[in-house]
Design a protein around this ligand. Structure first.
Ligand code: ATP
Length: 516
């Protein structure tokens, strides 16, 4: 089996080679952890957005969309708690001058004990073969038990320190564990400091603190501050939701793992406003609905797991992550949060405007409670790309690289290819595209041998490949090749629209989410 790190490298190089993702401003050697989406990446990204928007807004009559500005009044971020508390603890190594997240240094140290356990398990498996009972081994092996209790002890200590914002305690932990800078090997550290993750900039002609504004670190606040506008003008009744897709910015200390953690990224968020006391019912509802949205794509059930938060943010009364098995292992893809009435209450306090809803059935005013679903568009992109990229060995022993992207998300739905550049075949191919292009993104491809063209389309994930040959001119039939099965069939040009539509339509995915 291929190693996970190799898989991430493979995804990055495939994404670059075929025009999905480029390093930003590459001609100037790029900018760390910043990426541009290329010609195919922009298509895939748009299709993911469209899938999310259709399923959240179009399929729910009680959910409407919004497109708020990235800049917001600075008081927004005071009210939301971001100015005071959206911090990561950072530490610098005095010799290498490298900056780290102090908590991550400790977590990585703890991870070493986990690696030891994994190694012991692997050894046990090798030694005992089929008789190996992993659960029993984990519960009884003395080495494993010792490492596990070390993990528990250190994790307990770390979470206490983080909960109480004990920066000195964090520094002491780094010293006590003898953690060295991975780059210089030195233990010559600065103190630990809080680092606010918001990017600040200045507004126009004003100077100083009065003009200081932030690039939004989440899209959610644009929804909260518009709660009354949307509720009133849209005549919305609780429960109702507001959905938004947009850029968010966080000055992450350590941005890495390709498009998984960036400083500029895109979120797809929905805030669902409910009656106080009904929030946990809706929390369960959205946790399940959003999980179905992911599973409908058919990447495989094993790619997902839930991680329920035991330790909650002060404003939340339930929270879970939908995690995805990325090439780096299981990591957060989407967060589902029950945020109580924290945000609206804070905005009421800071703005002096009532953020309440009059519920005609209960005949009273209240600040609604909120369930939030928040998924990173870039992480979704990475999830789709990494699960779809496959190296297949075919029956004849040859190999192919195929990107088995869910057809509804594929950048191109069909490639139309004249067998040769002569005899009017290109004109016929273009005529076929002219009939399909109103509904499907089509690609015309006449360069190289037909085999090479098939491989190229496999590698960019085009679900159908249509070849126009001399017979086409006689009886208006073409061969259509399926990306996944590689089966070819002779069909009439008139049937192409129906065949392609059946495969690439988003309808099946949406029905799956509705029904199951
Ligand atoms: P993490 O723990 O990975 O930093 P988070 O818990 O801070 O994530 P949220 O604030 O819940 O993330 O944001 C919601 C979603 O936005 C995440 O589930 C993730 O998909 C996405 N996201 C957050 N930070 C980044 C980032 N730096 N780059 C890309 N996507 C991000």
């Amino acid at each position: 089996m291929e190693k996970k790190e190799d898989k991430l490298k493979e995804v990055i190089s495939h994404a670059k080679e075929y025009g999905f993702v480029f390093p930003s401003s590459e001609i100037y050697d790029g900018l760390t952890a910043t990426y541009d989406y290329g010609q195919l990446g922009a298509e895939l990204k748009n299709n993911i957005k469209n899938y999310w928007w259709t399923s959240m807004v179009q399929m729910h009559e009680e959910i409407v969309g919004l497109d708020a500005a990235i800049f917001m009044h600075p008081k927004t971020w005071k009210a939301s708690g971001h100015v005071d508390a959206f911090n990561d603890p950072l530490i610098d190594n005095k010799d290498s001058k490298k900056r780290y997240r102090a908590d991550v240094l400790v977590e990585e140290h703890i991870e070493k004990y986990r690696e030891k356990i994994k190694k012991d398990v692997a050894k046990g498996k090798k030694k005992f073969g089929d008789d190996f009972d992993e659960a029993q081994f984990l519960a009884t092996n003395p080495n494993v038990k010792r490492n596990q209790s070390k993990i528990d002890e250190l994790e307990g200590q770390l979470s206490k320190i983080l909960e109480s914002d004990d920066l000195e305690g964090l520094k002491a932990m780094i010293d006590d564990l003898g953690i060295a800078c991975p780059l210089s090997g030195s233990k010559n550290w600065t103190e630990v400091r809080q680092f606010n993750l918001m990017f600040a900039t200045e507004l126009g002609s004003l100077a100083g603190d009065a003009a200081k504004i932030y690039l939004r670190p989440e899209t959610a606040q644009g929804i909260f501050v518009n709660f009354l506008n949307v509720q009133k003008t849209g005549r919305m009744k609780v429960p109702f939701g507001i959905a938004q897709i947009g850029k968010a910015f966080r000055n992450e200390i350590v941005a890495r793992q390709f498009i998984f953690r960036m400083r500029e990224f895109e979120q797809m968020e929905m805030q669902y406003f409910v009656r106080p006391g009904e929030e946990l019912k809706w929390y369960e509802y959205w946790k399940e609905k959003r999980t179905k949205w992911h599973k409908a794509l058919g990447l495989g059930e094993d790619y997902y797991r839930h991680h329920d938060h035991l330790k909650l943010a002060h404003y939340a009364n339930a929270a879970a992550d939908i995690e995805f098995d990325f090439p780096m292992g299981f990591k957060e893809l989407e967060g589902i949060h029950s945020r109580t009435d924290f945000d609206l209450r804070k905005h009421e306090e800071f703005s002096g405007k009532k953020m309440q809803f009059f519920d005609p059935e209960l005949n009273k005013n209240y600040i609604p409670y909120v369930i939030e679903t928040s998924v990173g568009l870039d992480r979704m992109f990475l999830a789709v790309l990494s699960a779809s990229l496959k190296n297949e060995v075919l029956e004849d022993g040859s190999e192919r690289v195929v990107l088995s992207i869910p057809p509804a998300l594929a950048p191109y739905k069909v490639a139309v290819m004249p067998l040769t550049k002569k005899d009017g075949l290109p004109d016929k191919a273009r005529e076929i595209i002219d009939g399909l292009k109103f509904d499907f993104n089509c690609q015309y491809d006449e360069k190289d041998s037909i085999g090479k063209r098939y491989r190229r389309q496999d590698a960019i994930g085009t679900p159908y490949h249509v070849t126009v040959d001399h017979q086409t001119l006689e009886d208006n039939t073409v061969t259509i090749r399926d990306r996944d099965t590689m089966q070819q069939e002779r069909v009439s040009v008139q049937d192409l629209h129906r065949i392609i539509d059946e495969k690439v339509s988003m309808r099946k995915l949406l029905e799956f989410i509705e029904k199951h």
